[in-house]
Design a protein around this ligand. Sequence first.
Ligand code: DQA
Length: 142
Amino acid sequence: KLVYVLNGPNLNRLGKREPEIYGSQTLDDIAALLVERGEALGCEIEMRQSNHEGHLVDWLHEAQDESAHAVLLNAGAYTHTSVALLDAIRSISVPVIEVHLSNPHTREPFRHTSWVGQAAKGTIAGFGAQSYLLALEAAAAL
Ligand code: DQA
């Protein structure tokens, strides 16, 4: 089962970026955890990160073209702004699971709206790096 894990803006700075909110693990650390758990679950992980909205759109289309089993998407701040990502998720049939390290609902009001969440199969948020592993479990079980 091929699982794309797509990460949006500023997530390349995980570990250094507001560690009191996002934790001390880097995106590479999370990738390693996902690959290890993926092996146990029969999932191959395709991990990507970009600070550019259009790359995330292109990769969602690619996940469809590659017949991926699921996509885990942490769109970062684009979660709260991007109609293009909402439309991209609606343009594919691969299920997309929205992932966040923090729980946006406990934070600033502008984080309470998720465009991604309006098209996602489901959302896992608030568990730090563990959010990704929980989302992978959910993806594997789909
Ligand atoms: C985030 C939450 C977003 O509100 C924020 O813009 C991020 C990270 C998270 O994983 O908690 O960049 O997606």
